[in-house]
Design a binder for this molecule. Structure first.
Ligand SMILES: C[S@@+](CC[C@H](N)C(=O)[O-])C[C@H]1O[C@@H](n2cnc3c(N)ncnc32)[C@H](O)[C@@H]1O
Length: 201
């Protein structure tokens, strides 16, 4: 049962996926606000969220970039794409939010399309992290930034696990050509690990 539930976080689907999506929507507000502060999206920016799940942070990102900005998202789960579109229906209809089914490993966007990329608790499910980071790098403009966050979710996870995640994220990020400018552990237990990258030049 635990494995089945855990698998749902990586690809919510069916009735259990609905429940997991709801849990993701109600549970993670404090962590999201901490991660969003690291991204510091500004009015007018074009932001991509990878693995948006129920789409709660899409809403927050849209509020931060305002009517002159744009928020796009990809998620591998058809259920989460439907949920995210429904939650953000008014913004989708206005053309301010664009949520698509897709994977980090093949982002359906043009090179340089975004000022910033954001992802929370999705990177642990990416099937090819080096490729996914190269894709994130590709869709960012010069000077663009990325904030990638993973909070270890397995029971009994410790600060050491979070530190290991910093390493696990920073290496493919640096190899993708994103300069790692910040590595942070959040003030929660277990701490979420965040790496911040910048497209040099
Ligand atoms: C644990 S949920 C986190 C959702 C949301 N970011 C949050 O913090 O509540 C992980 C999400 O990543 C998505 N995901 C998993 N692998 C992915 C991939 N390779 N590319 C894009 N999204 C992926 C899942 O479908 C799921 O919606």
């Amino acid at each position: 049962v635990i494995t089945a539930v855990h698998r749902q976080f990586g690809h919510p689907r069916g009735p259990l996926g609905t429940l997991v999506g709801w849990l993701m929507a109600v549970k993670n507000g404090r962590r999201s606000r901490w991660a969003l502060a690291l991204l510091a999206a500004r009015p007018g920016e074009r932001v991509l969220e990878v693995g948006f799940g129920p789409g709660v942070d899409v809403q927050r990102l849209a509020a931060a970039v305002g009517a002159e900005g744009r928020v796009a998202g990809v998620d591998v789960s058809a259920l989460m794409v439907a949920r995210g579109r429904r939650r953000n229906r008014a913004l989708v209809e206005k053309g301010l939010v664009d949520l698509r089914r897709g994977g980090a490993e093949g982002l359906p966007f043009e090179a340089g399309a975004f000022d910033a990329a954001y992802s929370v608790n999705s990177a642990q499910f990416w099937t090819d992290a080096p490729l996914a980071f190269r894709e994130v790098r590709r869709v960012l403009r010069r000077g663009g930034r990325a904030v990638i966050v993973v909070q270890p979710m397995e029971g009994g996870a410790t600060r050491a696990d979070s530190e290991a995640w910093l390493e696990r994220l920073a290496r493919p990020m640096a190899e993708s050509g994103l300069a790692v400018v910040r590595q942070e552990l959040g003030p929660f237990e277990p701490p979420p690990a965040a790496v911040v990258g910048l497209v040099a030049g």
